[in-house]
Design a protein around this ligand. Structure first.
Ligand SMILES: Cc1ncc(COP(=O)(O)O)c(C=O)c1O
Length: 378
């Protein structure tokens, strides 16, 4: 960094090239890395790619981007246009055209009452219905979080991802996975999508790339996507995107160290192991507190959905949920919650402990939740 703190993205830098190589090594099938500085910007790049490919090869017609109810992709107007959390979007419209919502896949809130494999099939069919309604020739990409994060820790039912992959193949739709939260170890593998055996065309990431030590995000694509921009007869035949701070060397320098630490300290394994412990503790709390209606999680990423009544599944009032979060904070434990995001369903506590968390740390967190629930709801 003292030698070179910044160089324009058009030319690249040594830390940028080193990290790109290390990164794609963890992402079989993907091979091109574009640097930027926030999750929103990485997702915007992915949307622009879809639009450019549509202009170049589909007469501008295959431009629509599908996104899922309850998913979040960023704070800019285009990413809010792809935002499935109505309360986050409220007051910021009108939104960009060409973004179309597909239903969420939260089995606990099954839209048609089906469960398990039937629910997975119904959720995939719900996406296909949207594709057919809009016209497959108009759909450029499907943008999904591997696990819906801020929208309530939603893990799709078994069979969902196979169905999604098939739909994308069948209708020639690019699969864009937003790993801004799950990327770099959160779920116990390098990327969340790798838990589900799915092969994306575009992957975006941010928070975990340098664990917050530098502002860096990446938009990673396959060669097949990259090749669609190439055309020797066209002077505009490259992905015509620039990013001022995508050229900072602090980002990739920190990302190289971050990846090294994850490997040297076996933090993927720790995330997987401690995740089992976290989920076990939350399940034990569920036995004790009737207000916990559902526990969901993978690796060091978990949620506990709070209800007023287990039988009816009526969500616990948002104010009480936030009082539980505040009580934990007063005990020195910071947890999250779906907050002013999903109308009527801001009732899930969110847990994302550091990847170095120990059993004691996890116990400390869940003990605080136990006390907070007891105090707030007694
Ligand atoms: C899944 C997901 N995508 C995108 C973003 C946007 O990232 P940023 O805030 O860095 O723009 C976020 C932010 O929390 C996120 O959770």
């Amino acid at each position: 960094m003292i030698k070179l703190n910044y160089f324009a993205g058009s030319a690249g830098s040594i830390p940028g090239s080193i990290f790109a190589e290390k990164l794609i090594d963890k992402m079989p099938g993907l091979s091109r890395v574009y640097y930027c500085n926030s999750g929103s910007e990485a997702n915007e790049k992915a949307f622009k790619m879809v639009r450019q490919i549509s202009h170049k090869h589909r007469g501008g017609k295959k431009y629509k981007i599908l996104y899922r109810e309850r998913d979040y992709h960023g704070t800019t107007v285009a990413t809010l246009s792809a935002g499935g959390q109505q309360e986050r979007n409220a007051q910021y419209g009108p939104f960009a055209p060409g973004f179309v919502e597909v239903p969420h896949c939260l089995e606990y809130r099954s839209q048609d009452g089906t469960m398990g494999a039937q629910y997975a099939a119904a959720s995939v069919k719900a996406i296909e219905d949207v594709i057919l309604r809009e016209g497959p020739e108009t759909i450029g990409s499907l943008c999904l979080e591997p696990i819906t994060a801020g929208g309530g820790i939603i893990i799709a039912p078994d069979g969902y991802w196979e169905g999604v992959q098939e739909l994308c193949k069948k209708y020639d739709i690019l699969l864009h996975i937003d790993e801004v939260v799950c990327g770099l170890g959160r779920t116990g593998t390098w990327f969340g999508y790798q838990q589900f055996g799915v092969q994306p065309d575009i992957v975006t990431m941010a928070k975990g790339v340098a664990s917050g030590y530098a502002a860096i995000s990446c938009c990673v694509t396959t060669n097949a996507v990259f090749d669609q921009f190439k055309d020797d007869t066209d002077r505009m035949s490259y992905f015509r995107d620039i990013s001022t701070f995508g050229g900072c060397t602090a980002g990739p320098a920190a990302a190289i160290e971050n990846m090294k630490i994850i490997e040297e300290e076996s933090l993927l394994q720790n995330s997987a192991d401690m995740g089992v412990h976290l989920k076990g503790n939350l399940n034990a709390l569920m036995d004790k507190h009737a207000c916990i209606g559902d526990v969901r999680g993978m690796g060091l990423f978990a949620g506990a959905e709070l209800v007023a009544d287990r039988a009816s599944k009526d969500p616990l009032d948002e104010k009480q949920v936030m009082a539980i979060v505040a009580d934990c904070m007063a005990q020195g434990v910071i947890i999250g919650a779906t907050n002013r995001s999903v109308p009527g369903h801001n009732n899930t506590l969110l847990f994302a402990p550091a990847l170095v968390a120990t059993k004691d740390d996890i116990n400390h967190i869940t003990d605080a939740v136990d006390q907070a629930i007891t105090r707030v709801l007694s």
